[in-house]
Design a protein around this ligand. Sequence first.
Ligand SMILES: Nc1nc2c(ncn2[C@@H]2O[C@H](COP(=O)(O)OP(=O)(O)OP(=O)(O)O)[C@@H](O)[C@H]2O)c(=O)[nH]1
Ligand SMILES: [Mg+2]
Length: 279
Amino acid sequence: MRYAQLIVGPAGSGKSTYCSTIVKHAMDSKRIVDVVNLDPAAEHFDYEPLVDIRELIHLDDAMEDEELQFGPNGGLVFCIETLLENSDWLEEQLGDVDDDYILFDCPGQIELYTHLPVMRRLVDLLQNWNFRICVVFLVDSQFMIDGAKFLSGTMAALSVMVNLELPHVNVLTKMDLLSKTARKQIDNYLDPDPHVLLSDMRNAHSKWHEKYAKLTEAIGEVVENFSLVRFYPLNIRDEESIENIMLTVDNIIQYGEDADVKIKDFDELEPEHNEIGDD
Ligand SMILES: Nc1nc2c(ncn2[C@@H]2O[C@H](COP(=O)(O)OP(=O)(O)OP(=O)(O)O)[C@@H](O)[C@H]2O)c(=O)[nH]1
Ligand SMILES: [Mg+2]
């Protein structure tokens, strides 16, 4: 079995920073985690990628081509489609290492995950190559400190879940940037109670809420009834918070369970070894 995290989320939500943070954290516990850069427009990240889509195609290639004449968003979709058409290239670059653990640092255009089929096709490929995958959906915590924004972030998380059909963990990033008051406030959103959030919104007396109060309440009920959405806080300066997310994801993709089995087999073999030794 192979293991993967698909790191997705809006532009600037902290995907590349999450990848380098996890790599460093894993290294401290003597674990090897690799990162694949899938962002054809990436300019900077703090990790050494195992595979880099820019070696196959760069966003500028799609935008500067005189026939294609793509803008940045169409160009990005074109780049991911080119990657899928060259799946042999990706397969070869990834190698075939049993029990490897790879983070896929994805681009920030949210439409890739909410309704376009390209990422779903990438997931199918990875599953064919024996990867067990968890989606990690990142949202900047600074945009999640009021009820309306929270519902909007939640709906984005739900669209990704429905479109990718994979085990899914939501993470609130950049917790280190929040003020003390905002940090307290955010507790309401980690394990959200839609009733509390909706009453916040009611108290805000916005024209929007007056007109669409019923719609907002219905959305709140869906979130509550299906217990679909939960957020894990990530403070990259706090090892415990990083470890907590890593453990959560590892449990979901059952990382390490096969290793336990191997240890058991080894224990059972031991008496035989002794017998051979005695001979
Ligand atoms: N203080 C702080 N800054 C962060 C954190 N995560 C990301 N940043 C900063 O936020 C900016 C965007 O972070 P990236 O990791 O590049 O975000 P991204 O989601 O990969 O961005 P795109 O690939 O462009 O969509 C950078 O300036 C980071 O240094 C964090 O946890 N704490
Ligand atoms: Mg990035």
